[in-house]
Design a protein around this ligand. Structure first.
Ligand code: ZN
Ligand code: ZN
Length: 429
């Protein structure tokens, strides 16, 4: 992307960052914020009255599908979806083909991200070779190549000893281990939440305890090793309670929740529509209430999309055959604003500041909007409503569970290093 040296002024918006809210213009030059204040002048004046100007969103959990499944998404199309959703950085999940367990694949993902030039693509590394849960990936080598967050996402690390070793290495390397919490022996063939309605539908259930056992185990392993553990896509009330207690004990654990687990409940699957099949599954209203409360009181640190594109052909399979996962990048803001009764500063905390810190990229993302900060910014209108039309999404896939729904809150502009990646709602490349 051509770096503009023209001075851009975002005029008349409300700046929201870790310090709270303030009405101010923001001037940007040479990729950085250079001035924040009243009545600023510049060559390119952008009227952002009524909008929020905030550090760009950071997604801790995006499946970009490249290499290996470019039919579903590429790093470029996923980056575009991210930019349109207000993101300036995406942590790329490692369940690619080949998986992200070697420096070569990590470099490839990062390079493809740079080529697309729409967001910072931050590759995660596998914890175990091939995500098979048998032997550790070369974590030191990957950490030396700049990987800051490791996960076998798609799988949880089942073996306790292997996980303990990973945490011991992780502690030494100063990296974060992110767990997909699922005791797989308890979820074989599972399609949806284990509950009243799935037994009446005759579908195999995914019990909450399969998640909670691993959350508990890893909390205790974090206590033992002192390593940082991040819990991916928590979905149950009891998981939230376990993390709350762990934080009370001062343990180095963090957690994320997805917009879909905050907004959609298990009964959606009674339609047998595979778009609502996701892992972990949609849960009960009681779980949803507990997850929302967890975001409100800071037990849950981050919103993360678990953006999981799948081609139509795969989602057209039967409920037991279709792969789990749904799109999330372009709808996260609207869903979050709709379901979370939080102030804008807290929203920015869970969508930008905290995830940037967890991903180890707080030097470039989630920073206060003040002179010297890289101009990685989102400008969104928190009141505009829009209807989700799958065919208009930038993602290569169409599996959004929000088709036809009206969301409140729309991204106007996204900026990476001072250049618009999205302007007036349109991707710039
Ligand atoms: Zn997962
Ligand atoms: Zn995932």
């Amino acid at each position: 992307m051509t770096r503009t040296t023209r001075r851009i002024v975002l005029k008349g918006g409300t700046v929201v960052d870790s310090r709270g809210e303030q009405r101010a213009d923001v001037a940007i030059e040479d990729g950085h914020v250079v001035e924040v204040g009243a009545a600023l002048k510049g060559a390119d004046i952008v009227d952002v009255a009524g909008c929020v100007v905030a550090p760009g969103f950071v997604d801790l959990h995006a499946h970009l599908r490249e290499p290996g499944k470019e039919e579903a998404e590429t790093i470029e199309t996923g980056s575009r979806a991210g930019a349109k959703g207000g993101y300036t950085a995406l942590v790329a999940m490692p369940n690619t083909d080949p998986p992200q367990d070697s420096v070569a694949v990590i470099d490839f993902v990062r390079e493809q991200g740079k080529r697309a030039g729409l967001v910072d693509v931050v590759p995660s590394g596998c914890i175990t070779l091939g995500r098979k849960g048998e032997a550790l990936a070369p974590m030191a080598e990957l950490a030396a190549a700049g990987v800051r967050i490791f996960t076998d996402d798609g799988n949880g690390v089942q073996d306790e000893l292997l996980m303990r070793r990973a945490l011991e290495y992780g502690k030494g390397l100063g990296i974060t281990l992110a767990q997909h919490c699922e005791v797989s022996s308890l979820t074989k063939g599972a399609v949806m939440n284990e509950c009243q309605c799935c037994t009446s539908l005759g579908l195999p259930g995914w019990p909450s305890v399969a998640e909670e056992l691993m959350v508990f185990r890893d909390i205790e392993l974090a206590r033992l090793t002192g390593a940082r553990v991040h819990f991916l896509h928590l979905s149950t009330a009891r998981s939230v309670e376990l993390v709350r207690a762990a934080k009370r004990d001062g343990l180095p654990v963090t957690a994320e929740v997805t917009p879909h687990h905050l907004s959609l409940d298990e009964t959606r699957l009674t339609s047998f529509d595979t778009v609502f099949k996701v892992n972990p599954p949609l849960r009960s209203l009681n779980d949803i209430a507990a997850l929302r409360a967890g975001v409100l009181d800071g037990t849950i640190d981050a919103l993360a999309t678990d953006h999981a594109p799948h081609p139509r052909r795969d989602k057209e399979l039967s409920l037991d055959q279709a792969p789990p996962g749904m799109l999330g990048l372009e709808t996260a803001l609207g869903v979050a604003l709709g379901v979370l009764k939080v102030d804008l500063a807290h929203l920015v905390r869970v969508m930008s500041i905290n995830p940037a810190r967890i991903a180890g990229i707080a030097d470039r993302h989630g920073r206060d909007v003040q002179p010297g900060a890289p101009a990685n910014l989102v400008v969104f209108d928190p009141t505009t409503t829009w209807t989700v039309e799958p065919d208009k999404l930038a993602s290569k896939s169409r599996n959004t569970p929000y088709a036809g729904m009206t969301l409140r809150g729309k991204v106007r502009h996204t900026m990476l290093d001072g250049a618009f990646t999205v302007r007036d709602g349109e991707a710039q490349r």
